[in-house]
Design a protein around this ligand. Structure first.
Ligand code: 6V0
Length: 313
């Protein structure tokens, strides 16, 4: 079996998310080789040419348009192919179409020992589960961007309220990347204390949980109703995940992956904080949740499982 090239990244699906991710990765200096693949090969070629012309301003990188075959020895294959949400559509509404695309394309692009497959297309949790089954790869090597973006949105809202740098806030969204996601208020911390306690200490008004919950849960819809798609923040979330893999950082990120037993949830992919390293996704952490949060997480897994049954998974 072929070996992977440890600084080669492939992006499959070079639409708004794929192209923006390619730009973010090119600027980051993380990869030495970036291959862009799209059924619309002219689009992939155009994006690769445009990015390659930044050569004089960025670290050395070979950016080119390629085929599924060219993905096989990539350390990370970022999968962003398929339709995005239209105004009013949920992520689960995209399932039939994007599952069809995944089933058809995935077997053609895997092959090397050690590739990590990072699913971004929606509905990301169900497609991650499907990718796991189709690829036959180990669960550590197939995971989705999950709620890494939603957790950043949560930290953004809290940082604005508390006037604290988002980097100083630890807060996670777990479960589905979608309508049933769960904001973990009981584990939202800054400066070693929980957010509600922090507000008291700092003499600022208490955070309105319902308001923040609504902002975070509906953020995607709000953006799509204004500009038709979301792609900047997700591209940075994907870059953050790639960074943790390529630099073997052991960063804790709420990616989506197989859950087999924790909180009583089985045989389903959803997001929980997990350690990300060059080996992929470590075992998700079974953190002590408040009773209502654990119940909401189990409900979220049920939403995903019932959608999975619709496509026979
Ligand atoms: P887009 O701009 O329509 O791009 C999709 C691209 O996929 C197009 O260029 C297509 O030509 C290409 N494509 C279709 N079929 C194939 C195939 N078989 N092989 C290769 N390429 C193919 O969509 P956009 O980039 O906005 O979104 C891509 C996906 O990411 C959608 O499913 C979104 O819902 C999803 N997002 C996921 C997010 C997350 O947090 N996980 C965030 C934003 C979008």
């Amino acid at each position: 079996m072929q070996k992977t090239d440890e600084r080669k990244i492939a992006i499959v699906g070079v639409g708004l998310v794929g192209a923006t991710t390619a730009f973010t990765l090119a600027v980051s200096g993380l990869a030495s080789e970036l291959v862009l693949v799209d059924v619309n090969s002219a689009k992939a070629e155009g994006e690769a040419m445009d990015l390659a012309h930044a050569a004089a301003f960025i670290k050395p990188i070979n950016i080119y348009a390629g085929t599924y075959e060219d993905c096989k020895d990539a350390a990370i294959i970022i999968y962003t192919a398929g339709a995005g949400q239209k105004p009013g559509e949920t992520r689960i509404d995209l399932l039939q179409k994007n599952y069809g695309i995944l089933k058809e394309s995935l077997p053609k692009l895997l092959g090397a020992e050690g590739s990590i497959l990072l699913i971004v297309s929606n509905p990301v949790d169900i497609l991650t589960y499907a990718a796991l089954k189709i690829s036959g790869l180990a669960p550590e090597r197939v995971f989705g961007s999950g709620t890494v973006l939603d957790s950043s949105r949560f930290r953004h809202s809290l940082s604005r309220h508390c006037r604290i740098a988002p980097r100083n806030i630890h807060a996670y969204v777990v479960g589905e990347h979608g309508d049933s996601e769960v904001l973990l208020w009981s584990l939202a911390y800054t400066a070693g204390t929980d957010i509600d306690q922090y507000c008291k200490l700092a003499g600022i008004p208490a955070v309105n949980h319902q308001e923040v919950d609504k902002q975070v849960r509906n953020a995607g819809y709000e953006i799509i109703s204004r500009k038709g798609a979301t792609y900047y923040a997700i591209s940075l979330a994907v870059k953050r995940i790639c960074e943790s893999i390529i630099r073997d950082e052991n960063t804790i990120l709420s990616v989506s992956g197989l859950i087999d037993g924790i909180y009583g949830i089985r045989d389903c992919c959803l997001s929980l904080p997990s350690v990300i390293s060059s080996q992929g996704r470590g075992r998700p952490l079974e953190l002590p949740l408040a009773p209502g949060e654990e119940e909401a997480l189990v409900k979220s897994s049920q939403v995903l499982k019932s959608a999975m049954r619709e496509i026979g998974l």
